[in-house]
Write a protein that binds this ligand. Structure first.
Ligand code: UDP
Ligand code: MN
Length: 602
């Protein structure tokens, strides 16, 4: 149901929450206000959360679970064997498949090659039905003015048979025939046998026109999508990953929005097809895309971005795999940066370009498409993962970040070297030709929730004057496992000790985390209420996340409770505790903080 976060290759955590503006670490201590449920079934959890709208509820979470991860290399005949054998009713309506426990070793064995549970996928029909997950409001809309047809472009590299075919069948089964002109498949040099002639024979039999093109050599998703776009014959292009499932009514809202706005990239809500059970689970409403200091895509939903005048809502960035765009607009805006290879960075590049050059990126809440989110890439990266990704990111940074490129290189110095190894002049020419706005405009106007250094007083370490120790933020994504402590200042280029003190009083750090002070509710009413400092997902509306700094006394005061950040030695552990105490001159040494400004503008 509620996907707040998915981070490829870094951590394997999905966090479910009705009100995600919470910090698990702290909430779990507090059983009175917060209820923790073990994650059982998404629908049950969601109903549970909805039934208590006034409470902040963690409805469940999945801890890092790498139980299926392994390095098993399948033998060629195993890789090439198509074991699709559906069992009637399995996975129907998006229900999870529970493969019996004694198959666990086989699931594990086939996991690495696909990075999902192939056994589960293989017993679900490629024609499985999915529930209509749209809201009633969405279901009642009648789309009768759509005049254009779409070409659906599905690119793939060594995709499993059942997931690829289920993607295609879900398009056919759940789209009005008059709105689909063709399905275009682009094979990015796969070597699995069943993706050869078997696939060609299969698509020839489809009840819809489908064409298959093959890349002469492994090139990556940009080149493959570009080939698909070039071959497409209708006005509208819709790109899908090769492991998606469209739900009823997915197509009309996308086409309808493009009908009324020409320069738009329109994305469906991307729901989660779980990588282990293939359960279809609904995403949290109002989810939108941002990015972190390392230029990695991030999902957020901490602030409602809905627009009263229209159904779609703006998103600063898109995940990249699933979107619709007019073919002529795609061309006018400069398609993709065709020197980006294999995977990564292209979604942010297209997002910045569209916004900065006059278009918009929107999500249509009435269009739902599921996607199998994977924790790792199953395929090889010719030339290595990091060289490909870092070169792509260097191109993105050089072309679109303007003065913020120094910040990006400060955070990720490994990327910088690639700027000398790649030529971006044609993309700069395009940017000039399109008269695009700068990155500062984008941050301020399109991504005001950003936690980049704009409108700020300080960027750097926060040092406790008396102890010479530094505030240290161990940040988990979307608030998971975050910890604030006072430890030795380090010289490492880690972001843990870097904070941005915004002019509006917020003290932000990586992953949209902010310093916040809260009141601990204690069971015993006779004990004085205690105030604490924590890291939380930033929330602009909260005064408890606003701070003032007294230049004379060096005190850091919280606007909500008027208390000062204080260090106190724990006599038992000899560690320094961070506390919120009354601001006072007698505590001046414990309450004195120095901001050491680090310059990233060179
Ligand atoms: N893909 C491709 N060539 C590549 C890498 C990816 O054709 O070199 C395809 C892949 O099969 C998928 C899409 O690009 O359809 C997006 O890749 P992936 O699903 O791995 O990205 P993710 O969704 O995990 O970000
Ligand atoms: Mn994908």
């Amino acid at each position: 149901m509620v996907m707040l976060y998915y981070e490829k290759r870094v951590e394997n955590v999905i966090f479910f929450s009705f009100n995600n503006n919470i910090n698990i670490q702290n909430q779990l201590h507090n059983n009175e206000r917060y209820i923790r449920q073990n994650y059982q079934s998404s629908n049950k959890s969601y109903d549970f959360a909805k039934s208590m709208p006034t409470m902040e509820v963690i409805v469940g979470y999945i801890r890092k679970d790498d139980s299926y991860q392994n390095n098993v290399k399948l033998k060629p005949f195993e890789l090439n064997h198509n074991n699709y054998s559906p069992i009637k009713g399995e996975g129907d309506l998006g229900r999870p498949v529970n493969v019996p426990f004694n198959y666990k070793h086989i699931i594990s064995k086939y996991w690495s090659a696909n990075q999902f549970n192939l056994l589960a996928s293989d017993i679900i029909s490629v024609d499985r039905n999915l529930s209509d997950v749209r809201s009633n409001k969405c279901k009642n809309i009648i789309y009768d003015s759509i005049s254009s047809q779409a070409s659906v472009i599905i690119i793939f590299h060594n995709e499993a048979w059942s997931t690829l075919i289920r993607t295609i069948r879900s398009v056919i089964n759940r789209s009005p025939r008059r709105l689909i002109h063709e399905i275009i498949l682009v094979d990015d040099a796969s070597d699995r046998e069943f993706l050869g002639q078997t696939l060609e024979l299969f698509i020839a039999e489809l009840e819809i026109m489908a064409k298959l093109y093959r890349m002469p050599q492994r090139s990556g998703l940009v080149a493959s999508r570009l080939l698909g776009a070039e071959k497409a014959n209708s006005e509208i292009l819709i790109f899908l990953d090769s492991h998606c499932e469209c739900t009823p009514g997915w197509l009309e809202p996308l086409l309808d929005r493009i009908n009324s706005k020409k320069n738009v990239v329109i994305c469906p809500v991307i729901d989660v097809i779980k990588d282990d059970t293939f359960e279809y689970s609904l995403g949290l409403p109002n989810t939108w895309g941002g990015f972190n200091w390392k230029m990695q895509f991030r999902w957020y939903n901490s602030k409602i971005r809905t627009n009263k005048k229209r159904l779609t809502y703006d998103t600063p960035t898109m995940a990249g795999g699933l979107f619709a765009i007019r073919k002529d607009y795609f061309q006018a805006i400069g398609t993709y940066d065709d020197e980006m290879t294999i995977w990564g960075g292209e979604n942010l590049e297209l997002s910045f370009r569209v916004w900065q050059c006059g278009g918009s990126i929107e999500i249509h809440p009435c269009s739902h498409v599921g996607h199998v989110f994977r924790k790792n890439s199953p395929y090889t990266f010719p030339g290595g993962v990091m060289p490909n990704l870092n070169r792509n990111l260097a191109r993105l940074i050089e072309v679109w970040l303007d003065s913020y490129k120094n910040f990006a290189y400060f955070i990720s110095p490994d990327i910088k070297i690639f700027k000398y190894l790649t030529n971006i002049s044609s993309r700069i020419d395009l940017k000039n030709k399109l008269h695009c706005k700068n990155f500062d405009w984008y941050l301020q106007n399109i991504y005001p929730e950003n936690y980049f250094p704009n409108n700020y007083t300080y960027f750097g370490k926060i040092i406790q004057k008396n102890t010479n120790l530094c505030l240290n933020a161990k940040v988990g994504i979307n608030g998971l496992y975050s910890q604030l402590s006072l430890i030795e200042c380090h010289k490492l280029k880690s972001t843990n000790q870097l904070f941005i003190f915004k002019k509006n009083g917020m003290i932000m750090t990586e992953e949209f985390m902010c310093l916040d002070s809260y009141e601990l509710q204690l069971k015993n009413p006779n004990i004085m209420l205690e105030h604490r400092i924590v890291l939380r997902l930033c929330d602009y509306s909260k005064s408890s996340e606003k701070w003032t700094y007294d230049y004379k006394t060096n005190q850091l005061k919280n606007i909500w409770n008027n208390l000062c950040l204080t260090v106190e030695k724990n006599n038992f552990t000899s560690l320094w505790n961070l506390e919120m105490k009354k601001c006072s001159v007698t505590r001046s040494t414990q309450q004195s903080w120095i901001f050491s400004n680090i310059s990233w503008i060179t």
